[in-house]
Design a protein around this ligand. Structure first.
Ligand SMILES: [Fe+2]
Ligand SMILES: [Fe+2]
Length: 216
C-alpha cells in the first residue's frame, strides 16, 4: 500500500514537472531583443558566406562541388536573408531612424545593397547548376556577394542597430520582439534554429563544419 502511494506521489510530481517545463523553456527562448535577433540572423548569413567562399575556391581550382549545395545555399539566402531579415530592416529599422533624421546616407547604401544582393542571388541561382562555362562567372558572383555582405552586416551590427535601439522606445522594442518571433515561426523554410541546422549541413557537405580544423 505504501509503495503504491509513493508511486502515485512520484508520478504526480513527474507529471507536474512535465507540465511546468515546456512553457518555462519556451519563454526563455523568446527573450531575444529585436537587435539581437537581427544580429544572430547575420550569424546565419555569415555562415552562408563561408559556404559561398569555399564553393568559389573549389570552382576556381576545378574541384568538384557536391550537387545541390549552392542551390540550397542560395535558396536559404532568398527565403531567410532577403525575404525575411532584410524586409524587417526595411520595414521596421530604417523608417524610425529616417524619421529621427539619422544615418540617411548609410540607409540609402544599405537599401541599394539589398537590391544588388537580390540580383546576385538570382544570378547565382541561374548559374549554380554548373556547366564548365559557368564556373568562372559563378565564382565571380559568389565573391561579389561575399565582398558586399561582410561589410554590410558588420556596419549594421556596429552602427545601424545601436542607433536604432537608441531612437525607438522600450515599448516599440517589446512589440517588435514579439512580432519578429511570430514572423520567424511562420517562415516557409523554417525558423532560426532550423536555418542553423540547414547551414551546418551545407558546411558538412563541403568539409568546413569542424571548427577545430581552423585553429592554427
Ligand atoms: Fe541589411
Ligand atoms: Fe542585416
Amino acid at each position: 500500500m505504501d509503495d503504491r502511494r509513493e508511486f502515485l506521489r512520484q508520478a504526480g510530481l513527474g507529471a507536474a514537472l512535465l507540465l511546468l517545463s515546456p512553457p518555462a523553456r519556451a519563454e526563455e527562448e523568446d527573450e531575444v531583443s529585436p537587435t539581437e535577433d537581427l544580429m544572430r540572423e547575420h550569424g546565419v548569413l555569415r555562415r552562408i558566406l563561408l559556404v559561398y567562399g569555399e564553393s568559389a575556391r573549389r570552382l576556381d581550382g576545378n574541384q568538384p562541388l557536391p550537387a545541390g549545395t549552392l542551390e540550397r545555399a542560395a535558396q536559404l539566402v532568398r527565403a531567410f536573408v532577403e525575404d525575411y531579415h532584410e524586409r524587417d530592416e526595411e520595414e521596421f529599422v530604417f523608417p524610425p531612424l529616417r524619421k529621427a533624421g539619422k544615418l540617411g546616407d548609410l540607409i540609402a547604401t544599405l537599401i541599394a545593397q539589398h537590391q544588388a544582393g537580390r540580383k546576385l542571388t538570382a544570378e547565382i541561382q541561374k548559374l549554380a547548376p554548373q556547366s564548365a562555362s559557368s564556373r568562372k562567372p559563378l565564382a565571380h558572383a559568389l565573391r561579389q556577394f561575399i565582398r558586399m555582405y561582410e561589410p554590410h552586416a558588420a556596419r549594421e551590427d556596429t552602427v545601424l542597430f545601436p542607433a536604432f535601439a537608441g531612437v525607438v522606445g522600450k515599448k516599440e522594442l517589446a512589440r517588435l520582439q514579439e512580432l519578429f518571433e511570430k514572423k520567424e515561426q511562420a517562415l516557409p523554410l523554417g525558423n532560426f534554429e532550423k536555418m542553423v541546422d540547414e547551414v551546418a549541413k551545407l558546411e558538412q557537405s563541403l568539409g568546413i563544419y569542424e571548427l577545430a580544423q581552423f585553429t592554427p
